[in-house]
Design a protein around this ligand. Structure first.
Ligand SMILES: Cc1cc2nc3c(=O)[nH]c(=O)nc-3n(C[C@H](O)[C@H](O)[C@H](O)COP(=O)(O)OP(=O)(O)OC[C@H]3O[C@@H](n4cnc5c(N)ncnc54)[C@H](O)[C@@H]3O)c2cc1C
Length: 302
């Protein structure tokens, strides 16, 4: 990994950042590179690995330049290389809170507090597990596809009917038995459905509503409601892919009040999945990042 966790300076970092980008996914990376190319100095904050959500994708087939598709993690490796090539200051720090004091954005991380003149929020989305209608503790009950990267010979339930659920299932079925559980008809791309149907290690439970999820010592129990009645099923692991919601949790009270005027004044921008509703695609996020950077350049008079 190229970006390194750093030591705390023990409080405020005094120099003012010209442009802070929060989120090192396609939107944040594209914004950072394009700004830096315009002569605007950027600091990018990423809490995890560079690349964002696309690292979870089995195969990305709609990003130009890769005729046969590219696995998500490999695409992220290339993004990281490009970020490094442009010598962008990248900090592996989670921004916990952003506020504005009337002059600057104040970014609080666990290590330091930073001031920035301009801010691009490119924090993507969070899983919408709350849509299940009852509490599921994501950390203890559900897995994420990255924690299952080396799993083999497990029975894995994937909850959902969209592209992400099918993409996860296809990836995990290379070494595990996967059951896709959904309330209704599939909503994924037909080609993903066809591939899943052709995979012997993927089975389907449709017309099922999940009523309860219970963590067991060595697995997960799901209580499902079907037309025929209730059933309880046991799996080694559970992965939930029932949609995502914008990740705006770091915006503090002053941001909630002044976001609009900060945007109108060319100081605050959002890019990528965090603002794109259901139009969540790498190309859209990256082009958003470029558009934002061009607006920053205009606003900064460069
Ligand atoms: C399984 C799956 C398969 C997919 N397949 C495809 C596909 O084939 N083609 C396609 O075009 N799209 C695909 N997508 C969608 C694609 O991944 C997203 O549209 C894209 O990654 C959005 O980019 P983004 O930069 O807006 O957000 P994200 O990629 O979500 O990046 C946000 C980044 O912000 C970081 N972050 C969040 N909060 C903080 C914080 N407080 N401090 C610091 N860092 C923070 C996160 O760690 C993350 O790295 C897929 C998605 C999934 C889940």
């Amino acid at each position: 990994m190229w970006i390194q966790p750093r030591e705390s300076s023990g409080g405020w970092t005094l120099s003012v950042i010209e442009m802070a980008v929060v989120g090192g996914g396609p939107a944040g990376i594209a914004a950072a590179i394009q700004c830096q190319r315009s002569g605007i100095s950027v600091t990018l904050f990423e809490k995890d690995r560079i690349g964002g959500l696309i690292k979870e994708a089995n195969l990305v087939e709609n990003y130009l330049g890769f005729p046969g598709g590219i696995p998500g993690q490999k695409l992220c490796d290339r993004f990281e290389e490009q970020l490094r090539f442009h010598n962008i200051r990248t900090l592996q720090e989670e921004v916990m809170l952003v506020d504005h004091d009337g002059f600057h954005f104040i970014l609080h991380t666990a290590l330091d507090t930073y001031k920035a003149e301009r801010l691009v929020l490119a924090t993507g989305t969070l899983p919408a597990a709350a849509r299940l209608g009852f509490g599921v503790d994501n950390r203890t009950v559900c897995d994420n596809v990255m924690t299952l990267a080396h799993a083999s010979d497990l029975s894995i339930a994937v909850l959902g009917a969209g592209d992400a659920a099918y993409d996860y299932a296809l990836r995990l079925a290379k070494r595990n038995d996967v059951t896709i559980i959904s309330r209704g008809e599939p909503r994924c791309l037909p080609l993903l459905r066809e591939r899943a149907l052709a995979d012997d290690r993927i089975s389907f439970l449709e017309g099922r509503t999940v009523q309860a999820v219970r963590k067991l010592q060595d697995g997960v129990s799901l209580k499902l409601k079907a037309q025929s009645g209730q059933e309880e099923m046991l799996f080694d692991r559970l992965l939930i892919a029932i949609g995502r919601v914008p990740n705006l949790t770091i915006l503090g009270p002053s941001m909630e009040e002044s976001s609009e005027s900060l945007m109108n004044n060319g100081l605050f921008y959002m890019a990528g999945d965090v603002v794109n509703g259901d139009r969540r695609q790498v190309s859209i996020a990256a082009s958003d990042g470029i558009k934002v950077a061009m607006s920053v350049r205009e606003a900064a008079g460069r």
